[in-house]
Design a protein around this ligand. Structure first.
Ligand code: NAD
Length: 493
């Protein structure tokens, strides 16, 4: 067996470093089980050097006019567009999602670069003359210093771009710590920033597991940390980062409900909900995983979505005709299958059984085909815990109030959606649901780059969300200056 070569994955102060690591991560293609790369894992000393390089680059970068800073982002955007197919292929190889999904997420990431190119306007403060006679007050936004983002496996290109463009456009320097399961996309993004000519130390890359995260959390020179990942880790990072004096924003896990009203167009609803539940193999933090029908449409909706979902072609995301890829690891696959087993043991029924995956066609891939369950009791973990796989549960209630009550009990508040043709039902839903992102006849309510990604409850810890104006506020501090220039103190002209 040939040994997979080690890939350079550490970029500090403008230099790709050869590894002297004591620990490595093997990057496995989830569709084939093949090891596609071997990555050195950063320890505390590597992270320490990254912070040092970012701190060293900060004074000059902060003094670079915003108009000049964004020129690097314009060039980065052009390179991202030029290389979008390579980026998508890398995402598919290490994450498993289809090429179309990989390209779409990269496009959503690029939109954040585009928004951040507006920093000379977005970062402006405000002022008022004569707050008292002859006294003016101005508010200026200034960058924080060294900032860092810790990102998950499920959107290898988009999620780093939720943070990086805003952080550097506002004048901060930045350290990216991507998921050690999907570092190859982050390496490619970093190479493109290098090609865009970004000054050394403004962007640094370290790949690692918990020790590298802890080193960022505890380093006194890291001013702000953005995190996206599971809720237990989000809670840890929020409390540990805050305790060490950092500004922290943590986007956590999710359990997303969709309410299907009796007046919804059921075929259209089934198509959209199926895309939401099974797109990216259910590994989207906005994926619908419980559908609650209201009134007597449960069977009709179940039939329609089973028909739709059973036509989804599951397989290797690199194949042109494939519509759904594998889940990330063999462990994820067995965890998902165990959750399904438990649901069935406790009285649930299978409406569409995808547990056999793709019938032995890819014995080393982590495939589960679309799976739809009904009659799952509200006390079963399938309706309350995050499954993060291609499994949808369909339940029913008598009224919209009941449906809202059911979904309001969730510990999570990332997203919810309603399908209806009634404006009144939609308005009531929008008004009452305790989730930060809401879809009305929309399956994946993913905010555009110029709106905040607004999770609530256990899906978000912090005050300022990612993206949009919140990102500008997160990456800057406000300085308020009150000025008096008495005429009698000035030289006479
Ligand atoms: P994860 O929590 O396992 O890992 C996320 C990051 O945290 C990785 O960089 C990882 O190296 C690091 N990490 C893991 N365990 C750690 C620990 N014990 N201490 C310190 N750092 C640790 O998440 P994942 O499996 O990569 O991603 C899937 C999760 O992310 C799901 O729960 C999903 O809902 C969530 N997610 C949320 C959003 C959102 O916007 N709310 C978006 C995407 C994904």
């Amino acid at each position: 067996m040939t040994q997979t070569a080690t890939t350079e994955a550490t970029y500090i102060g403008g230099v790709w470093e050869e590894s002297k690591a004591s620990a490595y991560s093997e990057i496995v293609n989830p569709a084939t089980g093949e090891v596609i790369a071997r990555i050195p894992l950063a320890d505390e000393s590597v992270v320490g050097r990254a912070v040092e390089a970012a701190a060293k680059a900060y004074p000059a970068w902060r003094r670079t006019p915003p108009q000049d800073r964004i020129q690097y982002l314009f060039r980065f955007r052009e390179l991202l567009l030029k290389r979008i197919d390579d980026i998508a292929r890398t995402v598919t190889l290490e994450n498993g999602k289809t090429l179309a999904e990989a390209k779409a997420e990269t496009q959503r990431g690029i939109e954040n670069v585009e928004v951040a190119c507006g920093i000379p306007t977005l970062m402006q403060g405000y002022n008022l003359e004569d707050i008292a006679s002859g006294i003016d007050e101005i508010m200026i936004r200034q960058p924080l210093g060294v900032t860092a983002a810790i990102t998950p496996f499920n959107f290898p290109s988009m999620i780093p771009l939720w943070f990086l463009p805003y952080a550097i456009a506002t004048g901060n320097t930045f350290i990216l710590k991507p998921s050690e399961r999907v570092p190859l996309t982050a390496i490619l993004l970093t190479q493109l920033l290098e090609e865009a000519g970004l000054p050394a130390g403004v962007m640094n890359l370290v790949v690692g597991a918990k020790p590298s995260v802890d080193a960022l959390l505890h380093h006194p020179d890291v001013r702000a940390i953005s995190f996206v990942g599971s809720t237990p880790v989000a809670k840890y990072i929020y409390s540990e980062g805050s305790a060490h004096g950092k500004r922290v924003q943590c986007q956590g896990g999710a359990k997303n409900y969709v309410v299907v009203m009796p007046d919804a167009d059921l075929d259209m609803t089934a198509k959209i909900v199926s895309d939401s539940a099974f797109g990216c193999a259910g590994q989207r933090c906005l994926a619908v995983s419980v559908a609650v029908t209201v009134g007597d449409v449960k069977q009709k909706f179940t039939d329609a979505i089973v028909e739709r979902a059973s036509s989804i072609r599951t397989g290797n995301g690199l194949d042109k005709d494939v519509q759904m890829g594998p889940v990330i690891t063999a462990q994820s696959k067995s965890r998902i299958l165990q959750s399904v087993e438990k649901g069935l043991k406790e009285g649930g029924r299978v409406a569409l059984d995808g547990r056999a995956g793709i019938n032995g066609n890819a014995p080393h891939g982590n495939f589960i085909a679309p799976t739809i369950l009904t009659d799952i009791d509200a006390s079963n973990p399938l309706t309350s815990t995050e499954i993060f796989g291609p499994v949808l549960t369909v339940n029913s209630t008598n009224t919209l109030d009941d449906a809202i009550e059911v979904l309001s009990k969730s510990a999570f508040g990332n997203s919810s959606a309603i399908f209806t043709s009634s404006g009144a039902a939609a308005r009531k839903f929008r008004y009452e649901v305790p989730t930060g992102n809401v879809g009305v006849n929309i399956g994946v309510a993913a905010p555009m780059a110029y709106f905040p990604f607004s999770g609530w409850k256990d899906s978000f810890m912090g005050v300022l969300h990612g993206q949009g104006k919140d990102a500008i506020e997160f990456y800057t501090d406000k300085k308020v200056v009150i000025e008096r220039w008495p005429k009698e103190w000035s030289r006479k002209f």
